[in-house]
Design a protein around this ligand. Sequence first.
Ligand code: ADP
Length: 318
Amino acid sequence: MIESNHIEIVVVGSLNMDLVVRSPHLPVPGETILGNSFATYEGGKGFNQAIAARRAGGQVAFVGKVGRDDFGDRLEEALKQEGILRQFVTRGENSTGIANVWVGEDGANKIIVVPGTNNEVTPKEIEAASELLSSAGVLLLQLEIPIATCTKAAQLVRRGGGRVLLTAAPVPIEPLPVELFEAVSLLMVNENEALQMAALLGMPIFKEGEEIEAGRSILTQVGSSLEAIVITLGSKGALWISSERVEHSEGFKVKAVDTTAAGDTFTGALAVGLQRGLPVPELLRFANAAGAISVTRKGAYPSIPYEAEIDRLHCLLN
Ligand code: ADP
């Protein structure tokens, strides 16, 4: 039995079922084709980050919503199996969120996401979990649930002295509210998202390779409430950009077979590293090790590594 007073990391986020169809090519409008395979996987950025933090050794709780349907049952069961506190995962009116993914043999894909109950995670759900959030060490947020909900959760955690990690994905269409930014400790983005976030904040357009400049200008624009921006660079590792320093941690050399959920794996592990009190270079290395292992395996959820594996790779070259 997981006790809520032992929780270090809280994820407030999305729970989806990924419905993956593989076919020789992607059909055009009006065309019907025979596919190669169909499979369902538990997912959603919130789910992936929660699994990553738990497997990396954290005590994790989830705040979210699923439907009164089989997909909801499966997601709840997966959280239970992993040992994640799911007392604040409730059932909504809509169906469970899904991502309908079509993949052609050439790797091209088309995806439709139907948020379903993820849109029903409202500030009310945050009030119900306020005690848990006020004592959390780290809050993991992404942008697949309503922004007002993210803002309220972030404010509660920050006021309680915890750190708020916001993954700015999917990149919003409009700038994020100031109140949310003011409550964020670490902004987590990949290379593309860093450039898009800078553009969204009305900054000059940065090009590929100018992530440090983009990160620095986001930091200046957002203000001193932000501790740092963490930019993941795929095989090149990750950057920590704060007003005092820019730290680059090289990626691990591995054979990548599927990079799905690498960023979420990195972020979940980073949350655990923060709880362990790792200094920045070690912290990035630990998260890079988790991300690197995940890309050597197929899929999202199944590819997320465990603490012992991460530690092994992390310590290898020390
Ligand atoms: P996202 O999945 O959000 O696009 P990235 O592609 O930047 O994020 O990957 C996140 C992290 O996963 C990287 O910072 C790195 O630690 C690890 N990673 C991703 N791709 C590779 C790779 N080819 N080799 C080694 N590590 C990788």
